[in-house]
Design a protein around this ligand. Sequence first.
Ligand SMILES: [Zn+2]
Length: 289
Amino acid sequence: MCTVSWLLANDGYQVFFNRDEQKGRALARSPKYFNDLGVKYLMPVDPVGGGSWIAINQAGLSICLLNYYQQKPPEKELISRGLLVKSLISNTSLTKIRSALKKLPLQCYAAFTLLVFPSHLTAQIGDVYAVRWDGFELTTLTAVSPMISSSIALAEVTNYREDHHNAILLPHQVLFSGDGCNDELEIRPTPARVDIDSVAVNIIELTNQRCIDDKNSLALTQFHASHEPAPSYLSVCMHRDDAHTVSFTHLIATRKQLKMNYVCGCPCSSKQHQSYALYPHRETCVAVV
Ligand SMILES: [Zn+2]
């Protein structure tokens, strides 16, 4: 169960990811810097299996992993899907990632969708790709934001969150680093936006305000902290008896910076915000409010 959305702009892209997990699962470790095969990357680590669900490398390529619950897992002993992210993130192109995937014993993995955000991806150049393993074959599609995985009521959850996403997002591409170039654009005052304001205050404060300098980025950050229509299996900040959203990750990849902002815990209430830069300067600033 997860929700991922993204923005493409004139100077790069941003990714927003809510990770949902069963209650009782050990909390993931905060993002760390790694260096494999000479490629540096940032990645949080799930102590269960030692893998991850999202990572960004120094080339500006990012990947994230969604489980594909609707496909029955193979009956043989499984390899954790989380290990895919760690093994693939040192690649610097979609072609290399697909090639690396084809060398793996995919029959030992439960179904998944791997989203690939290529280096130099902008609103004008490149696409976001969904590489899907359905248990039988590997296919690559162009992906459209948002993408949702859910172990229950997938069609209902997807339809609801897509409608919500489309209602709050501006219909125009927005420059991330422009100065006042989008002042004329206003977010439409939908009921959803008004209702999520109170919930979103936390996350906007926590997620490094300096980086959220355009309105669509702000809108998507609010979307990922949203309890519309109520805190439940339908809301993007997901709350069920058995599972809930356990973290929010925000990636920024532009010519000026590569950055990972990370909120540990439910985006609606967590006070743990961390921000990591990979470029131009490696830096870690951890702020616990
Ligand atoms: Zn919540």
